[in-house]
Design a protein around this ligand. Structure first.
Ligand SMILES: Nc1ncnc2c1ncn2[C@@H]1O[C@H](COP(=O)(O)OP(=O)(O)OP(=O)(O)O)[C@@H](O)[C@H]1O
Length: 331
C-alpha cells in the first residue's frame, strides 16, 4: 500500500501541492483527476520521488521513502512502477528490449531477464509482438509494453501518469481492463492520474479531485456517484444525448440513489402512476456491484407531480436541477 501524508511541493514561493493526504490499499485503484495546471504531473513526480517533496511523506508498505538517502532511494524506488504516456518507449529497442531495460539496470542475468520478459509479455498479451519496434505497434500495444516494463521489478505500487490520454475509447477500455486485471492478480495499489473523467468512471475504486494543488473532494467512486450533494459525483456521471419527449410529456431525470434499485423499476413506476413511462435516455453502469447513473424518462404531465415520490419508492431520486428542467418543459 501507499500513503501520502501532508505532501507539499513548492518551487520558490509558488506552492504547487498543498498538504495532500491519501492512502491506496493493495488491490485498489485510486484515481486523481484534475484540470490542466492542477498539479497532477508534480504529484506523480513526488510519488516516485523523481522530485523531492518540500515537506510531507510518501510511505510504501510502511517505509517512508522521503527519509531515505539517495542510494537507499534507488533501491526503494523499485517498489513503484510508473507508466507514462506511450511516447516514453525507446524507439530503437524492440518491445522485449524495452521491457528488459529495468532488469538490465539491475544487473539481472541474461537468462533470467529473458524468462521474466517472456512472462511479462504473456501477462500483457503481447507474446507475438516481442520483436516489434514501437513504431510497428498500435497505441494500445505500446501502452501494454509500458505497463509490462513498469512491472518488471515486481513493484507493490503502479503509478499511471496520463497512461490512457490520447488513446481512442476502445483502446482506453482495453488498457483499463488490463490494469484492473493486474490490480486483482498482483494485488497492486494503483495510483491512476488523469484529466479524463470518463476513464475514472471505468477504472477507479476511489477518486480524488485535485484543484490548484489541493484535494478538494475525494471518496469511494460508488459513494460519490450516489451522493447528490457531491459536485465530483455529478461531474463523473456519464454524459449522453437524450431523445425528445412526446408533446405533452414532462421530462424527469432519475438518478440511482440506492444499491437496491430493482431491475424492473420502470414497469413498476408505470403501474403505480397508471400511465406509460417512456425511456428517453440512460447511462447506467455497474460500479462495485451497484448500479449507478441516471435515466431520462417522459411521463404524461397530469401525473408528473407524483413522479418524485413514485421514483423514491424504488430508490431513485430526482435532483432539484432536474426538477428545474422539468418545470422548464412544463412551462
Ligand atoms: N519546475 C517548476 N517550477 C515552477 N513551477 C512549476 C514547475 N513545475 C510545475 N510548476 C507549476 O505547477 C503547477 C502545476 O503543474 P503540473 O504540471 O503539475 O500540472 P498538471 O495538473 O499536470 O497540468 P497538465 O495536465 O497541464 O500537465 C503549474 O502552475 C505549473 O506552472
Amino acid at each position: 500500500m501507499i500513503e501520502v501524508n501532508d505532501l507539499t511541493k513548492a518551487y520558490g514561493d509558488t506552492v504547487v501541492l498543498d498538504g495532500l493526504n491519501f492512502g491506496v490499499d493493495s488491490g485498489e485503484i485510486f484515481a486523481v483527476v484534475g484540470p490542466s495546471g492542477a498539479g497532477k504531473s508534480t504529484l506523480a513526480q513526488c510519488i516516485n520521488l523523481l522530485e523531492r517533496p518540500t515537506s510531507g511523506s510518501v510511505v510504501v508498505n510502511g517505509e517512508d521513502l522521503t527519509r531515505l538517502s539517495h542510494k537507499q532511494l534507488r533501491v526503494a524506488r523499485r517498489r513503484i512502477g510508473t507508466v507514462f504516456q506511450s511516447s516514453s518507449l525507446l524507439s530503437r529497442r524492440t518491445a522485449a528490449e524495452n521491457i528488459a531495460l529495468p532488469l538490465e539496470y539491475l544487473g539481472v542475468t541474461k537468462g533470467e531477464a529473458t524468462r521474466r520478459v517472456q512472462e511479462l509479455l504473456d501477462r500483457v498479451g503481447l507474446t507475438e509482438r516481442a520483436d516489434a519496434y514501437p513504431f510497428q505497434l498500435s497505441g494500445g500495444q505500446r501502452q501494454r509494453v509500458g505497463i509490462a516494463r513498469a512491472l518488471a521489478l515486481r513493484p507493490a505500487v503502479l503509478l499511471s501518469d496520463e497512461a490512457t490520454s490520447g488513446l481512442d475509447p476502445h483502446t482506453t477500455s482495453s488498457v483499463v481492463s488490463l490494469l484492473r486485471e493486474l490490480r486483482d492478480d498482483l494485488n497492486l495499489a494503483i495510483v491512476f492520474i488523469t484529466h479524463e473523467m470518463n476513464t475514472v468512471l471505468e477504472i477507479a475504486d476511489s477518486v480524488a479531485r485535485l484543484d490548484r494543488g489541493r484535494i478538494v473532494e475525494s471518496g469511494r467512486l460508488v459513494d460519490l456517484l450516489t451522493d447528490h450533494s457531491s459536485a465530483l459525483g455529478r461531474d463523473l456521471q456519464p454524459q449522453r444525448l437524450d431523445g425528445a419527449a412526446k408533446p405533452g410529456d414532462a421530462v424527469w431525470v432519475a438518478t440511482y440513489d440506492s444499491p437496491d434499485v430493482p431491475a424492473d423499476w420502470i414497469g413498476r413506476v408505470a403501474d403505480e402512476l397508471g400511465t406509460p413511462v417512456a425511456l428517453l435516455g440512460a447511462s447506467v453502469q455497474v460500479v462495485g456491484g451497484v448500479s449507478v447513473g441516471s435515466v431520462t424518462i417522459g411521463v404524461a404531465e397530469n401525473v408528473s407531480g407524483r413522479v418524485p415520490a413514485a421514483l423514491a419508492r424504488f430508490g431513485l431520486q430526482t435532483s432539484s436541477h432536474n426538477a428545474a428542467r422539468e418545470l422548464e418543459v412544463v412551462a
